[in-house]
Design a protein around this ligand. Structure first.
Ligand code: SF4
Length: 903
């Protein structure tokens, strides 16, 4: 059947708006006309929220090609741009914006025709799913009903299609083995490939990395190596060589931990060389993330059975299509397209994961097919577990999976260990946190639908069997009524808080507004030191502590009762019930720790400060709108709990990064990683980058843009991007300035054929923005911190980095305390140098990369220039001179395509 659709197609960029009618004619139109067209008739479009934003009409909807793609090819990667879609479907990418509407019509036809092809790989489940989506009035429902044939036999439903995990025998402790240098060198050669030239730096690195795998001599004294390897050394394969060899010989697992999802994904690809056979690879290399990343099948079932309404229900069905084909059920950075939840304005996607720890473990009908349980079990028997810093620390802190506790760790992106520990070991007694705890204990409030249940329902069998346990559950539910509930923030604004915790938060808010000098600005977060509290806060702290204590006590009692049940269990206590109770003990334990932390923080009000911690009050705001109010506590040195909980129990730890020492200072590396808290000193290793920075890069410090002059800043970005013909990463330290620059230059650049994307502006997740940037050599991307070191774009797509100024640390209460404790201005310099080094590090990712780093700063202190690699040419220039140095002849579409093909 021909798949021609009778609908017009619509496209909008910063350069204009175009529509193609069903007879194939394309014409330009105004924004108002485009909005009327979309309101009168269904239109084909690509990424409705983005097009809506460009038309100034965010609610715009239509037949979105991305939604159709997600249905036809679930779990398949596509860059969500016209060019990306064209390439994924084997169509000609559009050369100009005005060619896009015709492409959208061709792409819709191609996708629908694919549904009729006998080779359609994702056919199973499609007919059943299309039926449900049609009933939900999904706009693609009717066209799909015409193209997806009814299967001859009933289709397997999602939950029966997923494999069940097997319980394996516990793994014995790893054997003590000593690796031999020649074996490691052999393994490295195998990994790099027969034809690869021998890289001495990489070989020296792999040899040094062996130290982390030697047997440990004394308890609490791991073999720790801090290894700085300049960009381009090939450190991933450098450490995978000894790690994989050790895993094989010792029969143990090595946990390789990263900070960014980008590196986690890259590690997944690089480790393919270890086990070319896919089945073996799946068994031996496992990726682990926090449980809040994975789809919870019970939540999905709930959503499909009426828990979700309207657009959220449509998302639920598209996620179900994906789940049946997903490799691991990871919804954040896995094979669920990052753009899919944003098409639904993030409506519903977070409710599909187990964010609030409501898992009922073996009490769940999908337990044996659960993605989270499958990943946890697979990692016990794996050789290499790819994880992230936060998960490693949370597992250690909460004592989960203690039986198979890893003994060998590689922390890549090790310069982030400090930050990861800082947030993992933080305490926040805030409205958002307390309401979350209330819901975990009592279940949802009001008319919420679905299966979300409180403690009483989750443990109803325990309550009926064990009287004391039952009483503890009732007492916890009663005590939780004193925690903040829905609309708490509104009550604070109205001066009518309910209960002791809301009263405490109201007092904290009052004090912040009284003391933060920025309180009059309509802007972002406000804070105040938790020192010299006023009478209102002191008076509120007593009843608040009492209320929390009332809650803590029954939680502790309940935990003890559950433990007693496990040792002296009744007849109905089979293996599954035990697993469920073990799960409940673990989640009760960390809630009790949470409340204990809050109580310690409250004890500080009006009392002496604890020198180990920094405490403050904060009101979180975005553009003047308040989101949360709370009391906060951080470790002055968060590597202390890191050393206690993660490093000391380990036998070997390798911490590695391209920027670990902040320019050659080993003390910096020691204090960033917690090594200085260990009795046995860490060893150090450094190998410089093999890149020739003198000929591959230059640093231009532009001295004639005045700080605070927004029009001049925007003009500088515009001229530099134009001179480089795109391929620019623009970095900002403030969202406000980023938005303002974007607004001033996006249209102008689009008219030159240079698309400009931006974090905090475009309704697209950061991972997808980077994919789009990587895919189009003429595109540029503006962003903040996450882009400073989460971007790995080798090749021509990234050839210019522009930073809006010297990245001074934000003058927060926390920063002021750490500055005071760590040498004052020298502390700031270390932070700035690290940020500059990370930002510069985006530029040259491989031997044939070239590019310029521009810093827009009239007053860049010379002492900070050591942040850049030795030999990098550095000049102070005017904007005109910088533009002249960077200027490139315009890139034709053909050249852009060729560059892209070359990577
Ligand atoms: S076992 Fe827990 S996380 Fe897994 S599907 Fe069931 S409720 Fe969700």
């Amino acid at each position: 059947m021909a798949a021609s659709l009778p609908y017009p197609a619509l496209h909008a960029s910063h350069a204009g708006v175009w529509a193609a009618t069903s007879d194939g004619q394309t014409r330009g139109l105004g924004r108002g006309e485009a909005i009327r067209l979309a309101a009168d008739t269904p239109v084909l479009l690509l990424n409705a929220p983005l097009i809506g934003q460009r038309l100034g009409h965010p609610e715009l909807n239509g037949l979105d090609l991305l939604e159709l793609f997600a249905f036809v090819h679930p779990a398949r990667f596509v860059v969500p741009t016209p060019g990306g879609l064209a390439r994924a479907l084997g169509l000609e990418p559009p050369a100009h914006d005005q060619d896009v509407p015709a492409l959208l019509r061709a792409a819709a036809a191609a996708l629908l025709v694919r549904c009729q092809s006998p080779d359609w790989a994702e056919r199973e489940g499609a007919w059943t799913s299309a039926q449900s989506l049609y009933r939900l009035r999904w706009m693609w429902g009717a066209p799909l009903m015409e193209h997806v044939a009814k299967p001859k036999e009933a289709e397997r439903w999602l939950f029966s299609r997923l494999p069940e995990w097997e319980e394996g025998a516990p793994r014995p402790s790893p054997r003590p083995v000593v690796l031999e240098e020649a074996q490691v060198a052999d393994r490295l050669r195998t990994l790099t490939g027969a034809g690869a030239e021998e890289r001495h730096g990489q070989r020296a690195y792999a040899t040094a990395a062996m130290r982390a795998f030697a047997p440990r001599d004394a308890r609490d004294e791991p073999n720790m190596l801090l290894a700085e390897a300049g960009t381009g050394i090939g450190k991933t394969l450098g450490y995978l060589a000894p790690a994989s060899l050790w895993a094989e010989q010792a029969n143990g697992a090595v946990w390789v931990s990263t900070y960014t999802k980008a590196l986690q994904r890259q590690l997944g690809h690089e480790s393919e060389r270890l086990f070319p056979d896919e089945a073996e690879r799946r068994a031996r290399i496992v990726t682990r993330k926090g449980r809040e990343n994975y789809l919870c099948l019970l939540n999905l079932e709930d959503a499909l059975q009426g828990g979700f309404q309207g657009r959220a229900a449509i998302l639920g069905h598209l996620v179900a299509r994906w789940a049946a084909y997903s490799a691991d059920g990871d919804m954040v950075g896995g094979d669920l397209p990052g753009w899919l939840p944003t098409l639904f304005r993030r409506n519903g996607s977070t409710a599909l994961t187990d964010r609030r720890g409501e898992c009922v473990y073996a009490g769940c009908p999908h337990y044996r097919r659960c993605f989270i349980e499958r990943a946890a079990r697979a990692s016990v028997h794996a050789d290499i577990v790819i994880a992230n810093h936060a998960l490693v620390m949370v597992n250690a802190a909460r004592g989960r999976e203690a039986a198979g506790r890893p003994t060998r760790f590689v922390f890549d992106e090790g310069h982030h260990l400090f930050d990861a520990a800082d947030s993992t070991f933080a305490t926040a007694l805030s409205g958002a946190e307390t309401i979350e705890l209330r819901r975990w204990v009592t279940g949802p409030e009001g008319r919420s639908r679905g299966r979300r249940r409180g403690l009483a329902a989750r443990l109803s069998d325990v309550a009926s069997y064990d009287e004391e346990g039952g009483r503890a559950i009732s007492a916890a539910v009663a005590a939780a009524q004193m925690l903040p509930s829905d609309s708490w923030l509104q009550r604070l604004h109205e001066g009518a808080p309910f209960g002791p915790i809301e009263t405490l938060l109201a007092a904290a808010r009052g004090l912040v507004f009284a003391r933060d000098a920025k309180a009059e600005d309509a802007g972002y977060g406000l804070e105040a030191e938790l020192a010299e509290p006023d009478a209102a806060l002191v008076e509120a702290s007593g009843p608040a502590a009492e209320a929390l204590d009332q809650l803590l006590r029954p939680l502790v009692v309940l935990g003890r009762r559950l433990e007693a049940l496990l040792t002296d269990g009744p007849d109905w206590m089979d293996g599954q019930a035990r697993a469920r109770i073990e799960g409940a003990i673990a989640s009760l334990g960390w809630r009790a720790d949470l409340v204990g932390g809050w109580l310690a923080l409250l004890a500080r009000i009006g009392g002496p400060a604890d020198p180990d911690f920094v405490d403050w009050l904060a009101v979180d705001r975005v553009e003047g709108r308040e989101y949360d109010v709370g009391l906060h506590r951080r470790w002055l040195d968060p590597t202390r709990p890191l050393a206690e909980l993660v490093l000391k129990p380990a036998h070997g730890v390798l911490v590695t990064s391209a920027t670990l020492t902040g320019g050659g200072d080993t003390d910096v590396a020691e204090s960033l990683t917690g090594a200085h808290h260990l009795a046995r000193p860490a060893s150090h290793f450094t190998v410089p980058s093999p890149f020739d920075y003198a000929s591959q890069s230059e640093v231009l410090i532009v001295t004639d843009i005045k700080r605070g002059d927004l029009p001049a800043l925007a003009n500088a970005y515009g001229r530099l991007i134009l001179a480089a013909q795109g391929g620019t990463l623009g970095l900002f330290t403030a969202i406000r300035r980023l938005r303002s620059v974007h607004t001033r230059i996006a249209d102008r650049l689009a008219r030159e054929g240079l698309p400009l994307y931006a974090q905090h502006v475009d309704p697209i997740d950061t991972g997808t923005l980077i994919d789009i940037f990587r895919d189009d050599p003429r595109a540029s991307l503006l962003g903040t911190d996450a882009l400073r070191d989460g971007v790995d774009v080798p090749g021509h797509s990234l050839r210019l980095v522009v930073m809006e100024g010297v990245p001074w640390p934000k003058p927060t209460v926390l920063h002021a305390a750490r500055r005071l404790a760590n040498g004052g201005a020298a502390h700031d310099d270390r932070i700035i140098r690290a940020r500059l080094a990370q930002a510069f590090g985006r530029l040259v990712r491989r031997a044939d990369d070239h590019g310029a780093f521009v810093l827009l700063s009239a007053a860049m202190p010379s002492r900070l220039l050591s942040a850049f690699p030795d030999g990098t040419p550095i000049s102070r220039v005017t904007l005109d001179e910088a533009v002249a140095r960077i200027a490139k002849p315009p890139l034709s579409a053909l050249e852009a395509a060729e560059l892209l093909a070359r990577g």
